[in-house]
Design a protein around this ligand. Sequence first.
Ligand code: BV8
Length: 252
Amino acid sequence: MPDLEVESAKSLELARQWVHAAQHLVVLSGAGVSAESGVPTFRDTHTGYWAQFDPQEMASEAGFRAHPQRVWQWYSYRRELVAAVQPNAAHLALAAFTKAHPGKLSVITQNVDGLHQRAGSHDVISLHGDVMRNQWLDACGPCCEMAKTVALGGQPPRCSTCGNMLRPGVVWFGEHLPVDALAHAEAVVNACDVMLVVGTSGVVYPAAGLVFQAHQQGAKVVIVNPQATELDMLADALLRAPAAKVLPMMLD
Ligand code: BV8
């Protein structure tokens, strides 16, 4: 195994065996799986989004209502960034695995960048929505669906009839996850015999809770992350390495 520290090389060998013997494999991915595509993570100290912004202010309904233009522009910046990047070897390795082993792998992601889907993974369970989608901020009447929207200088577009604002189609802090997505995620985690936890700090719930669920039902847990995470105590194998390096080796 090229230039992996000894422990990770051993863990990689173990993980490969578990992956290829597994009946049902689940991946839970976080922002780190997109890091090598050039998408900033949230909590990496210097490069992460949260180093510059307060998540409660930028990724919450209260923050959006208080500062609609600032929050809308932050998402516009992220949309442009994500549209300009490509899936990396980690996304592609997962997509290739699903193609080679139909029905064996479920991808659950916390990410809103759509890169798993663009790499070719199907039926991705997106827990936190899609940064490219919009939805109405307030429950809207027929006028919003019919009317044109007006957008003034960096402000979120508004319904030209009632003034309802459009907002990004993502799950903000304090908002419930999509019921179907979470239920589907819990079902595949319950049925899996191996869970790969890739590129997540394990800070955000209920997503991080899925790893406890996998561990409790007896699945092997493999963590791929160059840094320590809040979930390391659950790992049966720990790979201190970047996802784009080890996933192709683990899944080939
Ligand atoms: C909710 C969309 C019910 C928006 C995001 C317990 C139970 C339930 C809720 C809570 C709870 N405790 C606290 C809560 C509340 C809250 C929460 O979890 N807060 C945290 C901060 C403590 N949860 C919620 O509000 C959730 N809703 O529970 O509803 C409810 C309702 C009302 C009141 C109470 C409860 C909603 C959470 C969803 C928030 N939305 N995203 C947007 O994107 O703008 S979360 C955001 O964080 C992203 O989706 C991101 O994916 C996610 C998780 O972060 P990570 O993906 O892990 O990213 P991070 O930067 O942290 O880590 C990156 C990792 O990658 C690092 O470890 C790094 O080392 C690693 N890495 C770097 N490079 C690489 C790499 N790894 C591999 N390879 C590399 N090359």
